[in-house]
Design a protein around this ligand. Structure first.
Ligand SMILES: Nc1nc2c(c(=O)[nH]1)N[C@H]1C(S)=C(S)[C@@H](COP(=O)(O)O)O[C@H]1N2
Ligand SMILES: [Mo]
Length: 400
């Protein structure tokens, strides 16, 4: 087949783009998508449109709020910056520091001690304080990890999730310097949270109590650098916890205290605030009754590309998969609630289970409204958010 795209005048093209992109998403610049050709492993139809087709537009998702990405809003506990996921490709899966989502701004009442110290005490033979300089020689690359706010969702245009390359010190190396006393089985990790501004929606206090075994299993580390730069203030400077694979409410920023505790601790205000969003059974009173706040396998469409291939219009849905390992289970997609699910053409490829991977699927719909839904085809894998329709996204295919 010969595939030179049909000639279309610039003004027709512009009119078409405007018409097909009305609503919440406004006009998306195609410049940001220049890298799409190399964006995902391509096979079949994907391969053909990428080689011979022409990317005409990226369609907006329907019925999502009209918020601006990469723009700081609010202050204190209500400070937010939403990340735009739509330009993510497999070549650019890391979010630049200034685009990485923010939940809670740098506490304006925080008068940081100089040097910053991390107090380590509780049920230990000898308490210890560690300055940032003492940690410095142990800092090394910890790889790419994503953070997702447990409150991420449609109201945030799914922008409370980002991936970055972190450097820091494995928590185990700090713990090996402490001699826990018998009965010390968990750690309370505390971050500053002193804001002058009162929050309408968030509780003050950022402490989480983790069983030692879970910290070890997750590979918790104390991050000091983000994308090879010192941790930015709003992301927890000078030290934050990263709890890989857990919702980011556990990744304590402005970390100042590490305390060995026994198994009989009350849940902290932060744990109580996030009990629902981390899928606990009600609101346990005791920290020991909290389940690991791990992210279950999750999948989200991030853009619907409109391609012209010869005389045909083809749509290509690109999305992310993240969360707990799926053991190679196939991702499936459907476009209407009554349709059968079909296997996603290009299955997600993840560099590691600690970050997200991209998938893509080509599609030749008739004009109309669609609701994109994903699932994993294995009932043994718990995917509550996916099943609840949490990541559903609507799109309108224009008449062409
Ligand atoms: N001290 C402190 N740490 C905190 C929070 C906070 O309010 N105070 N918010 C948590 C929540 S709910 C999230 S989603 C992440 C956000 O991290 P980020 O702003 O670096 O993306 O930080 C976590 N760590
Ligand atoms: Mo969060």
């Amino acid at each position: 087949m010969k595939n030179s795209p049909p000639k279309q005048s610039t003004s027709t093209r512009r009119a078409f783009l405007q018409q097909s992109m009305g609503g919440a998403g406004a006009l998306l610049g195609l410049g940001a998508f220049a890298d799409l050709w190399a964006s995902v492993p391509v096979a079949g139809a994907d391969h053909e449109i990428l080689r011979n087709g022409k990317l005409v537009s990226v369609l907006p998702f329907a019925a999502e709020p009209d918020l601006s990405f990469h723009t700081p809003v609010g202050s204190g506990l209500d400070a937010r910056l939403y990340s735009d996921l739509s330009p993510v490709t497999s070549r650019s899966t890391i979010m630049a520091n200034e685009k990485f989502y923010v939940r809670t701004g740098y506490p304006d009442q925080l008068d940081p001690p100089n040097p910053w110290v991390l107090r380590c005490d509780g049920l230990v033979a000898k308490p210890l304080t560690l300055t940032r300089d003492q940690l410095a020689p142990w800092v090394r690359d910890q790889g790419i990890h994503l953070l997702e706010c447990a409150g991420n969702g449609r109201q945030a245009r799914f922008g409370l999730i980002s991936a970055a390359r972190w450097s820091g010190v494995p928590l185990g190396e700090v713990l090996s310097r402490l001699e826990p006393r018998p009965g010390a089985v968990a750690l309370r990790l505390s971050g500053h949270d002193n804001h002058s501004q009162r929050s309408t929606s968030s509780t003050v206090g950022c402490d989480w109590i983790f069983p030692l075994a879970e910290l070890e299993k997750a590979g918790a580390f104390l991050a000091t650098h983000m994308n090879d730069q010192p941790l930015p203030k709003e992301h927890g400077f000078p030290i934050r916890l990263i709890m890989p694979g857990w919702y980011a409410c556990c990744s304590i920023k402005w970390l100042h205290h590490l305390e060995w505790v026994d198994s009989d601790q009350d849940a902290t205000s932060q744990m109580i605030e996030f009990a629902g969003r981390t899928h606990q059974d009600g609101t346990p009173k005791k920290a020991a009754d909290f389940r690991p706040a791990t992210i279950e396998p999750s999948a989200l469409p991030i853009r619907v590309e409109q391609w012209r291939l010869g005389e045909r219009w083809i749509y290509r849905v690109v999305g992310l998969l993240w969360g707990a390992p799926t053991g190679g289970r196939r991702l499936e997609i459907r476009f209407r609630p009554d349709d059968a699910f079909v296997t996603v053409e290009n299955q997600p490829e993840r560099a590691s289970p600690k970050t997200w991977g991209l998938w893509s699927h080509t599609w030749s719909p008739t004009p109309g409204r669609y609701l994109i839904q994903l699932r994993l085809d294995d009932p043994r894998i718990s995917t509550r958010r996916l099943e609840a329709g949490f990541f559903l996204r609507g799109v309108t295919i224009p008449a062409v």
